[in-house]
Design a protein around this ligand. Structure first.
Ligand SMILES: Cc1cc2nc3c(=O)[nH]c(=O)nc-3n(C[C@H](O)[C@H](O)[C@H](O)COP(=O)(O)OP(=O)(O)OC[C@H]3O[C@@H](n4cnc5c(N)ncnc54)[C@H](O)[C@@H]3O)c2cc1C
Length: 542
């Protein structure tokens, strides 16, 4: 049974999951305080001015995975959130002057330009992938069965939960079970090669397999990352990606307003330097400024490795768990830029500087899966590839609140770069060179691009780590590989939002169901914490 704190709950980190968790706990009547290190809440989902007069989502830049239940429970629309659809899902310019446009009713015709066989297979592909996506979508807001070594009576509820899950899997058609197996174990490249013969459609779909995943599209397990990016929805449209008016910060500002309306005390500019552990139990936190807060439950929104290796006295942790956290794999090959533009890119393959539908979609510069694989190999060897993968999104084509009239902002989401450079070199030495390379890469497809850049913001993996606390720039708070997923996220035995120290919980993307602006870890962690209050494992503050 826990000790009494001055707060019922102290949450470390005001990322979107911390805010969602805070909302549910406060809604249940608990007294909740959130400590956020930065001057704004939102974590990786924030909108900031990066060049005078130009604002953009600094890191995370497009919305799909945010759970409809969370949008409804937090009344995010009433708190100002408005999400709009793209007019084209994706646009893939090709070096030979052709292109592939995907989404909004045009995919079949477009794919047929390259392969009529592939065009005919599209419906079946979406139907089969959709069946598995529906299953995974249904598990987002559930706590996975936890593996425990604590004896029969503790294990029994988990075994029952696992049994219910097995029944659900068993109810799937055999073809869907096979697809699930393939999507969990195979590479995105192998999966797509089985379906399609032409490169462009494989590149567009395969890009999802390497987003935030420092791997080749032919690395086993990358098919799951592909799946992870298709189980979202926008305003009820499954699999779609959209734009939050005002940028991703509009989501987290609405969350903060919603949490505050339930009485959550949100303190920005309040980095926590240590979790207080007494008698083997977490009982509070100390901020960098030396203030001490005692709480019945301490909840971390941080990457688990950051929490357990940096904020906790190492002697307070079981040695085996400490080692697991040291080996928890983090580091996505992400290099993220924001650019202020005087005009829209004029693509050689689809000329025009006035807004076309293609300007509103995710513009992928990576023509084939092999190109992506080579980018990964180069990054492993040299730190980055001379032919990098760039996705461009120009949110100002859908949202006039971000740039001055007639001008634009673009997000450049670039992969693959090495989370840590070879030979001990620092990203501080190479940030600008690689940023120039990314701009030159876009320029090859849209020759007016370089000259249109008025200002730029660069986030190398090191910058993502420094600014947001993302270890190795990992956008997911830890790789999404089978041994770090579901019951094993962040590690087997702690897949239920509880770590080894009583009183200390995790609610960030390093827990099930992983990264992305979903709100799901925060939602699920809140449910588990409320359960512990109900069972008397936690007691309300005096
Ligand atoms: C470049 C990039 C692009 C992405 N693109 C997308 C996208 O388009 N769509 C999508 O859905 N997802 C995207 N993601 C992933 C997604 O944004 C993250 O997985 C998600 O935001 C993680 O949310 P979180 O609340 O769990 O953690 P975070 O957002 O990381 O929040 C953790 C918070 O803890 C704070 N913190 C850290 N240390 C301390 C401390 N000691 N004391 C107090 N506070 C502390 C941090 O400042 C931060 O605010 C992207 C991420 C990145 C980085």
């Amino acid at each position: 049974m826990g000790g009494r704190g001055e707060w019922d709950v102290a949450i470390i980190g005001g990322g979107h999951n911390g805010l969602v968790c805070a909302f549910y706990l406060a809604q249940a009547g608990l007294h909740v305080v959130v400590f956020e290190r930065r001057g704004i809440v939102g974590g990786a989902a924030v909108t900031e001015e990066f060049h005078p007069g130009f604002r953009n989502s600094t890191a995370s830049y497009t919305v799909s995975l945010l759970q409809p239940k969370i949008i409804a429970d937090l009344k995010l629309h009433e708190h100002g959130l408005h999400i709009v659809h793209r007019r084209m899902a994706n646009f893939l310019p090709l070096p030979d002057g052709c292109y592939l446009a995907v989404g909004e009713g045009r995919t079949k015709g477009e794919v047929a330009k390259f392969s009529s066989r592939d065009a005919e297979r599209l419906d079946a592909y979406h139907q089969r992938l959709g069946a598995v996506s529906d299953l995974v979508r249904g598990m987002m807001l559930e706590t996975p069965p936890n593996v425990t070594a604590s004896g029969f009576w503790t294990a029994l509820p988990q075994l029952l939960k696992a049994g219910r899950l097995a029944r659900r899997l068993g109810a799937l058609e055999l073809a869907a079970q096979r697809d699930l197996l393939a999507l969990l174990g195979r590479s995105a490249g192998d999966y797509l090669d089985d379906w399609f013969e032409s490169d462009p459609i494989k590149a567009v779909y395969g890009f999802d397999g390497i987003v935030g995943n420092y791997a080749s599209p032919y690395t086993p397990g990358s098919a799951y990352v592909l799946l992870h990016h298709v189980f979202g929805e926008v305003n009820g449209k499954k699999g779609a990606w959209g734009h939050a008016i005002g940028g991703m910060g509009a989501i987290t500002q609405a969350m903060a307003r919603s949490a505050a309306s339930r009485g959550v005390d949100i303190r920005v500019g309040s980095p926590v330097k240590e979790v207080i552990v007494e008698g083997g139990r977490a009982v509070g936190a100390i901020t960098e400024s030396g203030e001490t807060f005692r709480a019945s439950a301490v909840i971390s929104n941080l990457n688990p490795r950051l929490l357990y290796l940096n904020l906790i006295d190492q002697g307070a942790l079981p040695a085996e768990f400490r080692e697991r956290m040291s080996n928890y794999r983090c580091g996505s090959g992400t290099f993220r830029m924001n650019v202020a533009l005087s005009e829209l890119p004029d693509f050689t393959c689809l000329p025009g500087k006035t807004r076309g539908d293609h300007h509103t979609g995710g513009i992928i510069l990576a023509p084939t899966l092999r190109y992506m694989e080579q980018a990964f190999f180069d990054a492993r060897t040299f730190g980055w590839s001379k032919k990098p993968i760039v996705e461009i999104l120009i949110p100002s084509t859908l949202d006039d609140s971000l740039a001055p009239p007639g001008q634009h902002v673009a997000s450049l989401f670039c992969q693959h770069v090495a989370p840590r450079l070879p030979n001990g070199e620092s990203w501080d030495q190479h940030r600008d060179t690689v940023a120039d390379l990314m701009i030159d890469t876009v320029n090859e497809f849209a020759p007016n691009f370089k000259a249109s850049v008025l200002g730029r913001q660069i986030n190398s993996p090191l910058d993502l780590e420094r600014t947001f606390g993302l270890i190795g720039g990992d956008i997911m708070h830890g790789s999404l590989q089978l041994d770090q997923m579901f019951s094993a996220r962040p590690t087997l035995g702690h897949g239920n939002y509880r770590g080894p120290l009583p009183g200390l919980y995790m609610c960030g993307a390093g827990t099930h169901p992983g990264g992305g602006v979903t709100g799901a870890p925060g939602h699920n962690a809140a449910r588990e914490i409320l359960r512990d209050f109900k069972r008397g494992r936690l007691i309300r503050a005096a």
